[in-house]
Ligand binder design. Structure first.
Ligand code: GDP
Ligand code: IMO
Ligand code: MG
Length: 425
């Protein structure tokens, strides 16, 4: 299928990076369609272990064209640091391109992210403090700067002249020092010198690939539960990680997306604040966090963990129009005697089977069903038939709740620990 969107089906950190790295074997192009360096996409392959923040996860395939798309926001310093790490590990970066229309995360966006979070006090969102919200806010308010502006110094100087006084008003209100326009301009010129040749109009490349029936992967950042419109607002990111936005962020019509792969892990995790009905606290939560090594790839924060949420997966499948599921981290549950799956949210005397808006979601308690564990290792399994019967039943239940077939299963972080399910009933 030529154009495939790969999206997070939960709260992020489902294993999108490892899935893209695997699928990119057959991809001619990978495009990150939204988000910024708030992403932490872990890839483990024969070159080592990498935590990618901005660079698309197809970068390890030398013949695959990797694009940071128009819908993404780019912190050039962070990107340059990431490129340096990758180059030092022997990764070929010749095929990395940046959309000239992608917005720049400026230093003042990062500063404002911190100041705004502090100002929210007890209701802080728990952002990654990478400046994502302020950058997308400026984009929508039309005060943003784009990568292409770096290559037009006169235009850039004019834009900075308009933008900086407004930012200074805001910074002054927070008691912060005003911005130095000349220093920012110089900073932009340094970014142009370092990245200029990679900043291009990506649309002709994308059109050619799609017209030529090449295999294109659209890489999502985060998961639907943190989507700006459909996630647990205001505890969300400032862009839309759902497949509906993948075409726009990448530069192709929605009608060209043939396949939507939802990445889901066998339990739930969430970094940052907001309602998380299936959350496991105390010793049970600690145990699952340790089993899954659930610590943020970008911030190192311990992830909140919980049982699999069947209500959220149904919501995610619908909103994304998923055609396939990849289930990751099956092996993490190998030792547990009993597993639970949430099939409804109790709200007063009702049981909801859909995700309500945030204020109501804060009030629900999960309704669980119990599943027996398999209590044997799955890490060496490389086919559906290798899996213990109890694991197969558990996965079939996830599939039924999503209403989407499982096409791949992952039983370890390494590239070879993911396999195609060929025996769908
Ligand atoms: P992403 O942001 O969606 O790309 O996911 P992250 O990289 O933030 O988090 C997924 C974590 O799980 C990473 O540490 C991966 O190396 C790891 N991982 C992915 N798939 C598997 C799997 O099947 N089993 C195990 N044990 N770890 C996995
Ligand atoms: P990947 O791509 C998990 C969360 C933050 C916070 C909210 C808003 O690795 O799945 P932001 O910095 O985007 O303004 O923060 O979203 N968040 C993530 N959680 N994985 C991520 O990325 C995340 N990116 C942002 O914790 O709750
Ligand atoms: Mg992550």
């Amino acid at each position: 299928m030529p154009v495939t969107a790969v999206v997070g089906a939960q709260w992020g950190d489902e294993g999108k990076g490892r899935v893209i790295d695997y699928l990119a074997e057959k991809a001619d192009m990978v495009i990150r369609f939204q988000g910024g360096d708030n992403a932490g996409h872990t890839v483990v392959n024969d070159l080592g272990l990498f935590r990618l923040h901005l660079v698309p996860s197809g970068i390890f395939r030398p013949t695959t064209c990797n694009i940071i798309g128009t819908g993404a926001v780019v912190n050039p310093d962070s990107l340059l640091a990431e490129m340096q790490t990758l180059a030092a590990a022997g990764v070929d970066l010749a095929n990395l391109w940046l959309s000239d229309r992608a917005h720049i995360v400026m230093p003042y966006h990062i500063q404002l992210d911190g100041l705004e979070e502090a100002a929210r006090g007890g209701s802080a969102i728990g952002t990654t403090k990478r400046g994502i919200g302020p950058t997308y806010s400026d984009k929508a308010a039309r005060w943003g700067l784009r990568l292409g502006d770096l290559k037009q110094p006169e235009w850039l100087a004019e834009r900075l002249e308009q933008v900086i006084p407004r930012k200074n008003v805001l910074l002054e209100r927070y008691g912060a020092a005003p911005l130095d326009r000349a220093a920012l301009f110089e900073q932009c010129m340094a970014w142009r010198d370092a990245l200029g040749e990679r900043i291009v109009d990506v649309l002709p490349m994308v059109r050619q690939a799609v017209r030529g029936q090449q295999n294109v992967l659209l890489e999502g950042q985060l998961g639907v539960m943190r989507d700006l419109d459909w996630g647990i607002y205001p505890y969300v990111t400032s862009s839309n990680p759902t497949a509906a936005f993948a075409g726009s962020g990448a530069g192709l019509p929605a009608s060209q997306i043939n396949r939507v792969v939802g990445v889901v892990k066998t339990y739930s995790t969430c970094v940052g604040a907001g309602p998380f009905p299936v959350e496991l606290l105390g010793e049970a939560g600690h145990h699952l966090r340790e089993l899954g090594e659930e610590y943020g790839a970008t911030t190192g924060r311990p992830r909140r963990v919980g049982w699999f949420d069947g209500v959220a997966i149904d919501y995610a499948a619908w909103l994304n129009g998923m055609t396939d599921l990849v289930v990751t981290k099956l092996d993490v549950l190998d030792t547990l005697p009993e597993l639970r799956i949430c099939t409804g949210y109790r709200l007063g005397d009702q049981v909801l089977t859909h995700v309500p808006d945030t204020a109501l979601l804060e009030m629900v308690t999960p309704v669980y069903e119990s599943w027996p564990g398999w209590q044997q290792p799955t890490t060496a399994c490389r086919a559906w038939d290798d899996l213990p019967a109890a694991a197969q039943r558990y996965l079939r239940r996830i599939e039924a709740l999503a209403g989407v077939p499982i096409t791949w299963v992952s039983v370890g972080a390494a590239r070879e620990a993911m396999f195609l399910v060929t025996s769908n009933p």
